[in-house]
Design a protein around this ligand. Structure first.
Ligand code: PAF
Length: 286
């Protein structure tokens, strides 16, 4: 496995390979990331993993500074599962106009309206930062296939739009959410919880599951279910950003006759914001 830090060396390392599968990450790996790499390995002889904590997608500098940087440990895990190239560039390498403090000079991509709802509503600029860095990484790696996790369901939808609207000839593959036995979706943020908080964090996934059961069996509106789920989580001590049932295809608010649905939730427990989602059909599957 080669670890490269510049686009020039990356280009050289890529020259020997025919088909390239790409997994963009910000590092600090858990099993969810490694599953994406395994998925990439099934697609191509060369698997490139980027590790870059992208300042352009963070809302606050404190959040950016606190983000765990664990390059050495991450590379060991990637080596063990057989990644081919790790691309770990500096901020200056990715943003040539970075002046040492701000990225104000950087040309950014304005994503479509679906980036302003849900997480985009509470994190303005976040998806613009994601779309910009992913487009830059796509240009540098020029993969045939790129793998993204479904845990960031809205991000995945925006990346699909990016590929379509900017004519990237890249197949996007979605990796399923990897969960703890309790149902808690794996996330780098889970590491910030105490053991007791982590047990409580399972409530988010349980609440989404109960909401789906309600949506499939009770004659009530999606809006009522969202409201009841929000209230239940709030009573359990969560600060709920949103609980929302949407079309899994467009992310627009779900209509009664939509068949492919997704319930998405974002909520904060003990100052740690978690997201989760579950895709489902309007009627229970028999
Ligand atoms: O999902 C992530 O880790 C990041 O948003 C991504 C796609 C690597 C862009 O920085």
């Amino acid at each position: 496995m080669k670890v490269v830090h510049t686009s020039a060396v990356l280009k050289h390392a890529l020259a020997a390979h025919n088909k390239v599968a790409f997994v963009p990450t910000m590092g600090n790996f858990h099993d969810g990331h490694l599953t994406l790499v395994e998925l990439a390995k099934q697609q191509a002889d060369c698997v490139v993993v980027s590790i870059f904590v992208n300042p352009l997608q963070f809302d606050s500098s404190a959040d950016l500074e606190q983000y765990p940087r664990t390059l050495e440990a991450d590379c060991k895990k990637l080596e063990a599962i057989g990644a081919t190239i790790v691309f770990a560039p500096s901020v200056e390498e990715m943003y040539p106009d970075f002046d040492g403090t701000s990225l104000n000079q950087t040309m950014i991509i304005t994503p479509p309206p679906m980036a302003s709802i849900l997480c985009g509503a509470s994190r303005p600029g976040h998806f613009s930062g994601v779309a910009t860095i992913v487009a830059k990484l796509f240009n540098l790696v020029q993969p045939d296939v790129a793998v993204f996790g479904k845990k960031d369901f809205q991000q995945l939808a925006i990346i699909r739009e990016l590929v379509k609207q900017f004519n990237f000839a890249i197949e996007i593959i979605a990796g399923n959410i990897v969960r703890e036995a309790s149902g808690l979706a794996m996330s780098s943020r889970n590491g910030h919880f105490t053991a007791q908080q982590k047990t409580q964090a399972e409530q988010l996934n349980q609440a989404l599951k109960s909401a789906i059961a309600g949506a499939q069996t009770t004659p009530t509106t999606f809006m009522n279910i969202e409201k009841q789920t929000t209230e239940a989580l709030t009573k359990q001590g969560w600060e709920v950003d949103y609980i929302s049932i949407r079309s899994a295809l467009t992310l627009k608010p779900a209509l009664e006759d939509d068949e492919q649905l997704v319930i998405l939730g974002a909520a904060t427990l003990a100052n740690i914001r978690l997201i989760d989602n579950i895709e489902f059909c309007a009627k229970p599957l028999n």
